[in-house]
Design a protein around this ligand. Structure first.
Ligand code: CA
Ligand code: CA
Ligand code: CA
Ligand code: CA
Length: 448
């Protein structure tokens, strides 16, 4: 019979610890058959450099663990470290797998609507509890964010020209000639078009942006002084070709009808679109912040990007097809390209995505970090956050600073499978996420 003489660990090899735990979360213990004094050491392991072992066996992280931004070797929130117990000149090793668990960090996500059919975008009506939700087929739904009721806008229904809806915005608040609902539509008959509706005045208007395309693309729009429209480029050759609206940034400027511009009596708006930028591949939304705009543009093989720009800066060139994100994809690019602020790889692997969705640069103080975060998404269902200063520090950032907040944003019902957009709430204590399968989610602070 062999009598054991080595020390034996009596503490677990698989402890769990909640993220944001500071200090000792585990104490190594062992026994020795001869009763020799036992000393512990950090012996090895892929993540051994992430820990500090104290003399009494207490184990802590050397940086506060963050579930949403893991730093273990294979990024799965399981930190591998081997402890060694030494007693009387003999040793025993304990190969540990330390699991960091998530905390939702005060975030509450509730499903407040469902059953919307193939929504492509949404937008808030300023000063009202109304979110406009555009269905691809052409219906415009009004979501009442106070009652959670959804109803169709019948004025748009009765006056719209046919076409697939690509984008929606509410325009020119308190400017009666141009206030109303704006849609970007595409149809074989009318091509690419902006349609405008003012239900209160009973007026409509439209402008043709460009010819029909056999493979309709994406577009996105936002109100920020003017209305800005980003249109995707079905063909690479269109994005830098000034003769087509595809691949372009288009401004619908405010025009005062009483300052010499002619306005038809039936017009809700005197729409005068003008191209102000190019090089867009497949826009995934705008964000407003700090005196400018951010445009999300989706890569097809290499990288997705978020690019900041001032709307009065010229030239505005988002680089496609010479760049995807920061990756040069074609020789001899234009001299002046607006380089992206955030980039991440195209793909289905960890820290990759299939299409960026622009989010909110927010003042949502209920969020971790005092609200000082940019919340955005990927159409694969991932919700990201990045500390706001990263957008303005002059450096380009990628996934090593992206927190994956998908677990924090897990809703009470339904699932954020394929987000298509974010919209602010009527106050800074909540905002909304629209999901492609017809759900609307409200993000607010979890009680307690
Ligand atoms: Ca965290
Ligand atoms: Ca791991
Ligand atoms: Ca978390
Ligand atoms: Ca869903």
């Amino acid at each position: 019979m062999v009598v054991p003489t080595r020390p034996s660990f009596t503490s677990s090899a698989t402890p769990s610890v909640a993220e944001n735990t500071t200090g000792v979360f585990y104490t190594a213990t062992a026994t020795d058959p001869q009763g020799d004094p036992i000393a512990f050491s950090l012996f090895s392991g892929a993540d051994a450099d992430k820990f500090v072992l104290e003399n009494n066996g207490g184990l802590r992280f050397n940086q506060t663990p963050n579930f949403d931004l893991p730093v273990d070797a294979n990024l799965d929130n399981v930190y591998e470290v081997t402890l060694r117990a030494t007693a009387g000149g003999e040793t025993t090793d304990l190969a540990m797998r330390v699991r960091v668990t998530n905390d939702v960090e005060g975030i509450r996500v509730t499903r407040v609507a469902s059953g919307i059919v193939d929504p492509v975008a949404f937008a808030r009506v300023p000063g009202e509890e109304t979110l406009l939700v555009a269905e691809k087929s052409g219906r415009v739904m009004r979501f009442n964010s106070a009652t959670n009721a959804v109803s169709e806008d019948t004025f748009v229904r009765d006056n719209r020209r046919p076409g697939e809806v690509l984008a929606i915005s509410y325009g020119f608040e308190a400017n009666i000639w141009q206030e109303g609902i704006y849609l970007v539509t595409h149809s074989p008959a009318d091509g690419l078009m902006v349609q405008a509706f003012n239900p209160a005045r009973g007026t409509t208007g439209f402008a043709t942006l460009g010819p029909a395309w056999s493979a309709p693309t994406t577009a996105t729009m936002i109100l920020s002084g003017s209305i800005f429209v980003a249109v995707g480029s079905p063909a690479e050759s269109d994005a830098q070709n000034a003769a087509t609206p595809y691949g372009k940034l288009i401004e619908l400027p405010f025009i005062d009808p009483y300052a010499g511009a002619s306005v038809l009596p039936s017009d809700v708006v005197n729409i005068r679109p003008r191209i102000i930028g190019d090089g867009i591949r497949q826009p995934g939304g705008f964000s407003i912040g700090f005196g400018g705009l951010f445009l999300a543009d989706r890569g097809g093989t290499r990288e997705h990007e978020l690019t900041s720009f001032l709307t009065n800066a010229r030239p505005l060139d988002f680089g496609w097809p010479f760049y995807e994100g920061a990756q040069e994809t074609r020789a001899n690019p234009p001299a002046a390209v607006n380089g992206p602020t955030l980039v991440y790889p195209f793909g289905t692997g960890i820290r990759q995505g299939t299409g960026i969705v622009a989010g909110l640069i927010n003042d949502y103080r209920f969020l971790p970090g005092g609200g000082d975060a940019y919340i955005f998404a990927d159409i694969n269902g991932t919700i990201f956050s990045v500390p706001t200063p990263r957008l303005f520090d002059g450096f380009r950032h990628t996934t090593n600073v992206f927190e994956n907040r998908s677990e924090d944003f897990a809703p009470d019902f339904g699932k954020i499978d394929s987000p298509v957009g974010f919209a602010p709430g009527s106050g800074t204590d909540h905002f909304f996420i629209l999901d492609r399968d017809g759900e609307i989610f409200k993000v607010s602070q979890r009680a307690g």
